[in-house]
Design a protein around this ligand. Structure first.
Ligand SMILES: NC(=O)c1ccc[n+]([C@@H]2O[C@H](COP(=O)([O-])OP(=O)(O)OC[C@H]3O[C@@H](n4cnc5c(N)ncnc54)[C@H](OP(=O)(O)O)[C@@H]3O)[C@@H](O)[C@H]2O)c1
Length: 326
């Protein structure tokens, strides 16, 4: 079968290649799925460089999430051939066939197509865990969402709006502002460069943000410590800027806010009941038409390089979806 294999860890994608590999064997408790669509996430890129917290041994098949149709499953696993499912297990999604533990899959929302389902899972679970579970999002609160053109950032904007919050989206790429506004319908899109606290204060009538959702880090995190309301939360999501920020602990003390670290996958593993509740809540919102993942482009897996390059060059607004076998 066709699969995207990371053969060597390099600083670029020169160690990655489309290859013809043997179909994975289905282990005990695993479900075998024909992958119809798989989406690219920033951690996929980091894993090609050995820079993600999870470091699989090379060679490995890339791709942390997919949607597809069940081919084989154990009786009693909750799945049967023909079921339309979504999920993933950190690697193995960029292939025609994937085998993953049953607990890593969920049934796709009714009415959703494979591309949207592949694009939704990790991004919306991350957004929901950060904003609702850890952030305690309430209707009418102000959210400041950074990296809003990205898969996770756009999902956070979309979800927060659907839950009745007021969203200020930020981007480091002014040319993307109009597309973010059209897709996520926030109250405002601002450019997160230099000092942006005054803009946040003006937009919120001086209240500042109840939750800052930050996948960018670096300078954006530093300035964000000036944008959180008293009693608010600054949720650390990632470091796409390439710099892990440091903070003097007197700042959250004086300003009365909390800094919260988010690990959405680990949260669901440690608290499986909450993980299942998050999946149910997202599915419910999707089936009600309240949220919808934004897709920048759908590519055959043979054009994987185009998708990876676009992510590296920060060209995307929304997700890249690959179609294996095409
Ligand atoms: N904590 C968790 O549980 C969890 C789960 C999933 C993902 N993540 C993390 O969330 C982050 C976003 O993932 P994603 O899949 O949404 O990635 P993505 O689709 O590539 O989006 C990342 C966004 O960050 C901004 N960005 C990229 N490079 C940047 C740079 N050098 N300086 C400043 N901004 C930059 C870009 O927005 P603009 O061009 O608009 O500025 C880009 O759209 C990653 O760090 C990922 O590891 C965390």
């Amino acid at each position: 079968m066709q699969a995207l294999v990371v053969e060597r860890l390099t600083g670029d994608v020169s160690g990655v290649a489309l290859a013809d590999v043997a179909e994975p064997g289905r282990g005990a408790g695993e479900v075998k799925v024909r992958v119809a669509a798989a989406s690219l996430n920033f951690p996929d890129l980091l894993m090609t460089r050995g820079e993600y917290q999870f470091k699989p041994e090379v060679p490995f098949t890339s791709g942390l999430e997919f949607a597809g149709e069940v081919l084989e499953a154990d009786p009693g696993s909750g799945f049967a051939p023909g079921d339309r499912v979504m999920g993933g297990n950190k690697t193995g999604a960029f292939a025609e066939i994937a085998c993953v533990p049953a607990g890593k899959l969920s049934v796709m929302p009714t009415g959703m197509d494979f591309a949207a389902a592949a694009a939704m899972g990790a991004a919306y679970a991350t957004a929901f865990t950060g904003l609702v579970e850890l952030g305690g999002l309430q209707e009418g609160q102000w959210m400041l969402v950074h990296g809003a053109s990205g898969g996770v950032g756009l999902a956070a904007c979309d979800l927060a709006r659907a839950l009745g919050a007021r969203v200020i989206a930020t981007t480091g790429s002014p040319a993307k502002a109009a597309r973010i506004a059209a897709l996520a319908c926030p109250e405002a899109v601002i450019v997160a460069e230099g000092r942006f606290r005054e803009e946040v204060a003006r937009l919120t009538g001086g209240a500042l943000a109840d939750i800052v959702f930050d996948p960018v880090g670096g300078d954006v995190f530093d300035e964000s410590t000036r944008c959180v309301a008293f009693g608010g939360k600054l949720v650390v999501v990632g470091f796409t800027s390439g710099r892990i920020a440091e903070v003097s602990t007197n700042i959250p003390l004086i300003k009365g806010f909390s800094i919260v670290g988010l690990r959405a996958g680990e949260y669901a593993r440690r608290f499986p009941e909450r993980g299942a509740a998050i999946t149910r809540a997202i599915t419910h919102l999707a089936e009600a038409g309240a949220i919808f993942p934004a897709i920048d482009r759908i590519l055959p897996l043979s054009r994987w390089r185009e998708g990876f390059d676009a992510m590296v060059r920060r060209e995307l607004v929304g997700k890249v979806v690959f179609v294996p076998g095409a």
